[in-house]
Design a protein around this ligand. Sequence first.
Ligand SMILES: N[C@@H](CCC(=O)N[C@@H](CS)C(=O)NCC(=O)O)C(=O)O
Length: 228
Amino acid sequence: MGRILFDLRGGDPGLRFSPYCWRAKMALAHKGLAFDTNAVTFTEIEHATDGFSATVPVLHDGGTRIRDSFDIALYLDRTYPERPLFGDPAIVALARFVENWTFLSVNALGMKMIVSDIHAALDENDRAYFRQSREARLGRSLEEAQLGVAACRGDLKKALEPARRALSDSEWLSGAEPRFPDYILFGSLMWIHTISRDPLFAPDDPVGHWFERAARLYPELGIAQSAA
Ligand SMILES: N[C@@H](CCC(=O)N[C@@H](CS)C(=O)NCC(=O)O)C(=O)O
C-alpha cells in the first residue's frame, strides 16, 4: 500500500510552506523511510483524506492513517524504533513544551510577518477561505495583520533567545543529535522562510547556523538549496 504523506501546497504546486508538514517530512527522513507526497490545497484537505482530517499533515502508512505532526512522530517511533525521534518519555514531554513554545512565540510572530503573503501565494480556490478564516482568527484584515519580515526581525531574534542559549551548549536543541524538538522549531522557521525569502537571521546568529545545518540534513527533501 505504500507510504504517503499528505502535504499542503500553494498556487505553485512546488510551494510547500506548512510548518506541520515540514515537521512530519523531517521526521520521516530522520527515520530513513521513503514516502510519496500527495500535495493538496487547503480546501481540498477534507475530500482528499475522505473526511479523515481537516488538517495536514496526514500520513498513510500501509493500512494505518495518522493525522497531526506530533502524533505522526509518536507513531513513527512506536512502529520503527530505530533512529528515535524521542527515545524516552521525558523527551516526549519536553517536545510538547517546545511545540507549545514554538506555537505561542514563533508561529504567532510568523503570522505578523507573512500572513498576507501566504494569501497571495495560495491557489486561487483557497484565497477566500484563507482570508475569511484567518481574519476571523486575527480580528483584523490580513493586510493590517501583516507587519512584514523586516519589521519583525528584531522580535524574532528576541523570541529565539532560548534556542540561541541552548545552542551555545550543544549542536542541536536535542543534544548531540537532532531529534523531533529540532524539527518542531525548524518546521515553523521553514514556513516563514518559504514564503518570504527575506533573511531571517543575522549572519552571525547561531540559530541561523543551526537552521542551515538542519536544512542540509536530508538532501532527499530538497531543502538545502532553498534554505541556505
Ligand atoms: N496540530 C496539527 C496542526 C496542523 C495544521 O493546523 N495544519 C494546517 C496547515 S499548516 C492545516 O491543515 N490547516 C487547515 C485549515 O486551516 O483549514 C499538527 O501538528 O499537525
